[in-house]
Design a binder for this molecule. Sequence first.
Ligand SMILES: Nc1ncnc2c1ncn2[C@@H]1O[C@H](COP(=O)(O)OP(=O)(O)O)[C@@H](O)[C@H]1O
Ligand SMILES: [Mg+2]
Length: 345
Amino acid sequence: MNAPIPLLEVRDFGLEFRTRSGTVHALADINLAIHKGETVGLVGESGSGKSVLSYAILGISDRAARVTGGTAVFGGLDLLQARESELADIRGREVSMIFQNPRTALNPIRKIGRQIEDVLKRHAAVPGIALKSRAIEALREVNIPDPERRYHAYPFELSGGMCQRVMIALALACKPALLVADEPTTGLDVTTQAGIMDLIKGLAAAHQMATLFITHDLGLAADYCDRIVVMHAGHVVESAPVAQLFAAPRHPYTAQLIRATPARDSLLGALSSIPGNLPDLRREDLPPCRFSERCLNVTAQCCESLPRIDADATHAVACWHPLLAGEAQPVAKAQVESAIPEAGA
Ligand SMILES: Nc1ncnc2c1ncn2[C@@H]1O[C@H](COP(=O)(O)OP(=O)(O)O)[C@@H](O)[C@H]1O
Ligand SMILES: [Mg+2]
């Protein structure tokens, strides 16, 4: 049986920024695929290239960005080669995006109901007479209480969590096939965060929508995603179904990231931090494996080349010396016990 064609397939993609202080080699050798209805978590430390990658997919990169190679095919169209008019047509209708700061993404001087109507008019050709009821329906679908009244609200009259719900309503107004959510709950309190994540997950399932969920929080991705793609310094280093990634991470960086992630019910004392920093992406002498300078398993081979990551493999890893099953116990039991203070201590 042939594997189903992915909804979005990024192959050998690279991007750099020309800046006054040098060229930033932001993304290289990116390979990833997202299938219909799938929720994929894109995780990695801050600065690893998650946002740059998502902006490139949507064709909204900074002007200093230059694609160095590769393809990003969505519905048969290479988004990297597409004309701006083609991209404008796809954005909002077939691929939508929500950002970390909904308040800045919303128009501050337009009623939220009107903003939803604008999207419906532009992308869904909804007739004028049906616009208001469709906008109210969209607000109801994201569980905004009293949507008839809230239709008339301005963004500043709503809480951060409510603004994010409006962003989601805007993004989903035209039932896109793919939602890109870049840190959609960062900055919200934990309860609001869970509410927003449950909402996105529920709507994605109801509409058979694929989601690329971008987060620095591996624990959050584990709770909501089917598969996780791990990025480090502009490379995809590993990709696997969630359970497999946690049970047997193969890239040394993933193993360290898991050790640095608090389980929802765990003891913070057992956490470790990841040694070293991301390399400066302006360096001209970046090693082929950008993790090699932080890696305990490094050999000369890692400084000569990097194995290509296979986006179609169930569990893919870009490492010459991947960990074997059982080699990367996320947190040893003894470590947890030693972190528990003695009673009365
Ligand atoms: N417009 C830009 N000009 C130069 N460098 C940029 C620009 N945007 C992002 N970068 C660099 O690209 C790298 C990845 O950034 P980003 O995608 O925002 O990281 P993440 O979203 O994973 O935290 C960082 O080193 C960042 O400094
Ligand atoms: Mg980011």
